[in-house]
Design a protein around this ligand. Structure first.
Ligand SMILES: Nc1nc2c(ncn2[C@@H]2O[C@H](COP(=O)(O)OP(=O)(O)OP(=O)(O)O)[C@@H](O)[C@H]2O)c(=O)[nH]1
Ligand SMILES: [Mg+2]
Length: 346
């Protein structure tokens, strides 16, 4: 999954990025867009790896993309280049500044920034949708496509994001390829000083996020930067002092998984224990395709063991002997935490 950190200049995106990825990109001024890969912590993989002692243990990954804000602009906002970079992301994390930044005039105004960002995305989408609608009409495109763009236009004109529309209201196959911004899943991270790090989201912002169908969380990029170099015990003590139970990365990943409706399944063996990420509702054959296209093409069946069953019985052999190995066909819907062996023939 590719998640883009967006927001206005000086909101703390690069600081968040460094803390999450362990990289050391200079902060305090825009710079270039950067990519960083983060390992998704998963205790289940730790345990499976302890059982199998594989040559290789592979966790799921999340790709963070740090997109610099617009500097020196009259109004705060995203640059055309920034907008283009945002279009390439699967999901967006909007970092809102809720701390005093000496380089930026005035008090922080996260609620105001949220509105500016939202409106900017709405207008950028509206421009594309209006243009496409005009052309569709001129070219006498099929009625359903015209109708879909009419729905999008009306939604955006009401300043509502496209992600609010249900599958019944909007056939998203028409919108593929346009990179519309307000259809992206949105996670808003309110970036605070350490004093506010354990406080919840202000009610006004929480309510607004619900309206926008977006998820939210509070973090303190400076706290995360401070704990990044500590060992786990020191980290825990530091966080506890601030009233926090875990680093922001863990919360961030959970929130993002929920937002994107992602689950993990596992493959195990002496060679490798590995986590794979798919959308909830993915069927066994498609899931097999994540591992290798041959497994999808030549799919015969999947042998499935829920993680809890494996832990309860302790080995694959014990699961088989207890008659608890599930043998499933191509249309079986994979659940979070299932261990899968795909039988295939190409
Ligand atoms: N006090 C405090 N300062 C922070 C926090 N997060 C970031 N900063 C500071 O704010 C300044 C800007 O941070 P950056 O991470 O560079 O901000 P950015 O969003 O990447 O900015 P651009 O890339 O220029 O758009 C730096 O001096 C950071 O040290 C925070 O949580 N608390
Ligand atoms: Mg930056």
């Amino acid at each position: 999954m590719k998640i883009g950190l967006v927001g206005f200049a000086g909101s703390g995106k690069t600081t968040v990025f460094n803390a999450m990825t362990g990289m050391d990109v200079p902060v305090g001024f825009g710079g270039e867009m950067r990519l960083g890969i983060v390992r998704v912590p998963d205790e289940r993989i730790d345990k499976l790896s302890a059982v199998f002692s594989p040559k290789k243990t592979t966790y799921a990954e999340m790709i963070f993309c740090d997109i610099p804000g617009e500097h020196g602009a009259e109004k705060k906002g995203l640059s055309p280049k920034g907008l283009q970079q945002v279009r390439d992301q699967e999901a967006l994390c909007l970092v809102l500044r809720d701390f005093l930044n000496p380089a930026i005039e005035g008090d922080p105004d996260p609620a105001g920034d949220l509105e500016v960002f939202h409106l900017e995305c709405v207008l950028a989408d509206l421009e594309i949708v209006e243009r496409r609608l005009e052309r569709a009409k001129k070219e006498r495109a099929e009625a359903q496509e015209v109708a879909a763009f009419e729905v999008m236009k009306a939604t955006l004109e009401a300043e509502r994001p496209l992600r609010m529309l249900t599958r019944e209201e909007l056939n998203r196959s028409y919108l593929r390829g346009y990179g519309l911004l307000t259809d992206r899943p949105l996670l808003v991270a309110l970036n605070r000083n350490e004093t506010g790090a354990a406080e919840p989201l202000p009610e006004g912002i929480a309510a607004r996020l619900e309206e926008l169908n977006a998820a939210g969380m509070v973090l303190s990029a400076s706290v995360e930067a401070d704990i990044a170099g500590l060992d786990p015990e020191e980290q825990a003590a530091f966080l506890e002092d601030l009233g926090l139970s875990e680093p922001a990365l863990a919360r961030f990943i959970r929130t993002a998984y929920g937002l994107l409706d992602l689950i993990s399944f596992f493959t195990v063996g002496e060679d490798e224990v590995r986590a794979w990420t798919v959308r909830r509702g993915t069927r066994a054959r498609q899931a097999a395709g994540r591992i290798h296209s041959d497994l999808e093409r030549g799919f015969i069946r999947a042998e499935v063991i829920p993680y809890a069953t494996f832990i309860e019985l302790g080995s694959e052999q014990a699961v088989k002997e207890a008659g608890r190995l599930q043998v499933e066909g191509k249309d079986y819907v994979v659940s979070d935490g299932e261990i899968m062996h795909v039988r295939f023939n190409v």
